[in-house]
Unconditional design. Structure first.
Length: 542
């Protein structure tokens, strides 16, 4: 098995970069990999130097602002690096320029900003700083002032009431309830929550995409994948990324929001005013419920089609043939060798067994000459299979010339290997809830047990609910943060997120192997963390 460039040692890469028998593209890729072995470690020093002036900032953004700025710097670095790497592959620029240019630019920016910070100057140039302060921020303040004035006039008009044409005043009085929602505090909390939520989604998506691009960049360059295919791949993959990281994002948002409020003593002021922390949690719980509902809609309406496109573009990036299958999972059609068309319900990869197999044979003029149907086909060795209980028909044009039935197992030779049928199955992530449930019911009626598919079916409902559960888990920790700040909350979120993924993985494995019922296996993580949340609330001072 040939090694990839990442698996080669430095001397092997040097030998490959100087090999005259290889084409220029492969030699360039080897040269790029050599410089990456030194460029990436040097980036640690460059990022540290760049972080010094950015860290000594007088802005009141705190650690969360520094975290967001770090994500932005990393994103810019990888954009420059990946662009240079693609240019070096084609020979447009030398490999050393492509790899070291991001480091040089970041190093120059770090030295420049460090010199300005040493003179107590703004990190931006004077003209740019003046433009932002006077024009950009001035416009934002004017828009905010107009919005506040508009809201003020609307409230005054509501207090005065609406006057009819006859000059009479119309006053609408609503019944008073014990808990008003949403009041001013609720709107303020929701605004802070969704502001942090937007930053968390952007940061999580950026980190995930940067890691995935780094993982696929070698295949992209070697297979000469166009930029439009790469863009389309990540465009569709972004939906599944957001869906997967949403429970962690909600947890980080909850902890960060109340961490910032605690740091500025706003949470203490609200509690001193007689507002219970349980009342403060209502808008966050409702917002998390809304996010969980949107994730459910995303899973039902968007992800099946998006995941299908991701699989198609992934095959192009890896240089493989696109999977040949029908859109519906219960209608698997594959065109094989010898003018044969296969249709089957399910393929068990462990037993190498096909359920509900039909074979349609055609002549060179693509006229149907035979049809074979069996309930079960089991692979023996080579191209031989055992067919159990079925029938066969032969045709001459539109006329059926013969028919035969068999009850006893019979041997039959197929031109396709067992792995050929495994690739034709539509994965559960490319089916919506109704399709997957119908597919499972059909397999059950045929006597086939598929606990792994049942686990995937219940997970389509349970996973969005986990976003709401993680908000409940984060609330008691958020109220106990005190003045530790948002970064402390992010650390707790990472630990709780790792625990969540570990529990989900354990119970999913138990359900897939049939040790636990699929419903219990899938809903147990949500139940465990919900109970953990209720227990944590017992120690919160309300």
């Amino acid at each position: 098995i040939s090694k990839s460039l990442r698996e080669m040692r430095l001397r092997d890469l040097r030998r490959k970069s100087r090999d005259p028998t290889l084409d220029e593209k492969h030699r360039n890729l080897a040269e790029v990999e050599i410089h990456k072995r030194f460029g990436f470690p040097a980036a640690c020093l460059v990022f540290g130097l760049l972080g010094l002036p950015l860290g000594f900032s007088n802005a009141r953004g705190g650690r969360s602002a520094g975290f967001a700025l770090s994500i932005l710097v990393i994103l810019v670095y990888y954009i420059i690096f990946n662009t240079g790497e693609e240019a070096a592959r084609d020979g447009a620029v030398p490999a050393w320029i492509a790899v070291w240019l991001p480091n040089v630019l970041m190093l120059g920016a770090g030295l420049f900003l460090l010199a300005r910070r040493n003179r107590d100057k703004s990190l931006m140039l004077q003209n740019v700083d003046r433009y932002i302060q006077q024009n950009l921020w001035g416009r934002i303040r004017r828009v905010q002032a107009r919005n506040e004035e508009r809201v003020k006039r609307r409230r005054e008009a509501q207090k005065r009431g609406l006057r009819s044409r006859n000059g009479k005043q119309l006053v609408v009085r609503l019944p008073q309830i014990g808990i008003r929602f949403p009041n001013t505090v609720d709107r303020y909390l929701l605004k802070a929550f969704f502001r942090v939520f937007g930053v968390a989604v952007f940061s999580g998506l950026t980190v995930y995409l940067a890691a995935d691009i780094t993982e696929n960049v070698e295949d992209i360059l070697q297979n000469e994948v166009s930029s439009s295919i790469v863009f389309s791949y990540y465009q569709y993959k972004s939906f599944s990324i957001i869906y997967e990281i949403m429970p962690i994002i909600v947890l980080i948002t909850t902890l960060t929001t109340f961490g910032l409020l605690s740091r500025t003593n706003e949470l203490t002021a609200l509690k001193a005013s007689g507002v219970s922390v349980f009342r403060l949690a209502i808008p966050v719980v409702l917002a998390s419920g809304l996010i969980a509902g949107l994730c459910g809609v995303l899973q039902s309406e968007v992800l099946p089609a998006a995941n299908s496109k991701v699989a198609e573009y992934q095959a192009m990036i890896e240089g493989k043939e696109a999977r040949q299958s029908a859109r519906r999972a219960d209608r698997q059609w594959l065109y094989g060798k010898g003018n044969q068309l296969y249709n089957y319900r399910f393929y068990d990869s462990e037993r190498r067994e096909l359920q509900g197999l039909q074979i349609f044979k055609f002549d060179d003029s693509y006229r149907l000459i035979g049809r074979l149907m069996v309930e079960r086909a089991t692979h023996i060795e080579g191209g031989w299979w055992t067919f159990s209980k079925g029938w066969a028909r032969t045709f001459d044009g539109a006329d059926m010339t013969g028919v035969s039935f068999f009850e006893e197992p019979m041997k039959y030779r197929l031109l396709e290997p067992p792995e050929y049928f495994e690739g034709g199955l539509t994965p559960p992530e490319e089916m919506d809830y109704a399709e997957l449930r119908s597919y499972i019911n059909e397999l059950r009626s045929a006597g086939q047990k598929v606990p792994e598919l049942e686990v995937e079916l219940h997970n389509k409902v349970a996973y969005p609910v986990i976003s709401l559960v993680m908000a409940l888990v984060g609330l008691p920790f958020a109220f106990k943060l005190g003045r530790r700040g948002a970064l402390y909350g992010i650390g707790i979120s990472i630990l709780l997120g790792i625990g969540l993924l570990l529990v989900i993985g354990i119970f999913t494995a138990l359900g897939t192997n049939g040790i636990l019922p699929p419903q219990l296996a899938i809903w147990s993580p949500a139940g465990i963390f919900a109970i953990f949340s209720l227990y944590s609330f017992l120690g919160v001072r309300s």
